[in-house]
Design a protein around this ligand. Structure first.
Ligand code: AMP
Ligand code: MG
Length: 340
């Protein structure tokens, strides 16, 4: 059924809260990306999230809380080291996976005995959580497999006609999804890099991180969402890393150019002049990882709007925020990574 999706301003937040109380979904801004929220304690409401996104049922959702104390009742225990992290990073882009209680509906956790929780650091998200009084289950507000939305217009492009409303809080801050940390194992395990970096976590507690694809491939994914393709624009994406990247990109782009097909390259602003005959998607000033994270998903969506057939992306260093950026780029490239 085609709906007319309402585009609400923060002044109309009461209406968003009312839609949620009626058991429907609303897209709302957070400091990471836009989330598609529903009452986490209402299984029917949560079902609508999966339906609107076309999200596989075995990919669990993150529960968003107004304050840290609200985890009580939803998790069996908070290990002391997890408490330390909550105190340091909440509200903020850190999701903790903990043992769940029976209060958490199975549909939220895809039947797992663990639940993912966080407190978002965004005034509109926090106000919405306070107004409804219930926790919001919310994955990113994109159609499954598409780049996460960092502007209300991205949400409307994907979910317009499929959801009752989007609450527009402008561009999101970080631009990448939260860090996901499994706190049910010792040492804690980083399941998805994000805004809170591995280095920051390790300053406080021991954390294990095994990059995807670097192992034997025999281990089942610990974060169910990791097995699905993500962040993919229509264009075929190649991730090219190393000193010879520009030469390689020019060589690989030739056949596309000869056929008259749109070729894009995502590179730092200062390097744009290396690619006079390609469409440049500028990453921001060289080395400004925060600016790149902020723009990343918008640039991937631009590739589609420009009708690019192929997009070459220059890889970046994996220190600090670079780890989360490269994690998203590898998924967008779907294994097409060339190391020079
Ligand atoms: P999204 O909300 O679209 O950013 O996706 C949420 C991410 O958190 C997915 O990668 C999920 O697999 C992960 N996640 C949610 N709940 C759990 C859980 N209980 N255990 C492990 N990973 C989880
Ligand atoms: Mg997502």
């Amino acid at each position: 059924m085609e709906l007319k999706t309402r585009h609400l301003t923060p002044e109309e937040i009461d209406e968003a809260a009312q839609i949620l109380r009626e058991g429907m979904v609303v897209a709302f801004p957070t400091e990471t990306v836009y989330g598609l929220g529903a009452n986490a304690l209402d299984p029917e409401a949560v079902k609508s999230i999966f339906r609107a996104k076309g999200r596989p049922q075995d990919n669990p959702l993150i529960i968003h809380l107004a304050i840290a104390q609200q985890v009580e009742g939803f998790v069996q225990e908070v290990p002391p080291q997890a408490l330390l992290l909550m105190e340091r990073f909440w509200p903020g882009p850190l999701t903790l996976v903990l043992k769940k209680t029976e209060q958490v509906p199975d549909i939220v956790t895809a039947g797992l005995d663990t639940v993912a929780v966080r407190v978002p650091d965004h005034p509109v998200a926090l106000e919405l959580l306070r107004l409804t009084g219930f926790p919001l289950a919310a994955p990113s507000a994109n159609r499954s497999g598409r780049p996460s939305p960092t502007r209300a217009e991205h949400v409307l492009a994907d979910l317009g006609g499929l959801i009752p409303a989007v609450l527009d809080g402008g561009e999101t801050g970080w631009g990448l999804e939260s860090t996901v940390l499994d706190c049910t194992v010792t040492p804690f395990r980083l399941l998805r890099p994000g805004g809170v970096t591995l280095e920051e976590l390790r300053d406080l507690v021991p954390v294990l991180y095994q990059a995807e694809g670097d192992g034997t491939g025999t281990e089942a994914p610990r974060s169910p969402g990791m097995k699905y393709q993500h962040y993919a624009p229509e264009a075929k994406v190649y991730l090219v890393t190393g000193d010879g990247a520009a030469t390689k990109i020019k060589e690989l782009s030739e056949p596309y150019r000869k056929r008259g097909e749109g070729v894009g390259v995502m590179t730092w602003d200062e390097r744009a002049e290396l690619y006079p005959s390609l469409t440049v998607l500028p990453m921001g000033p060289e080395g400004n990882f925060a600016a790149l994270a902020h723009n990343l998903f918008h640039l991937l969506r631009q590739a589609d709007i420009l009708g690019l057939k192929v997009l070459f992306i220059e890889g970046v260093s994996e220190d600090n925020l670079g780890l989360a950026i490269m994690n998203r780029l590898r998924k967008a490239a779907d294994q097409r990574e060339i190391k020079m």
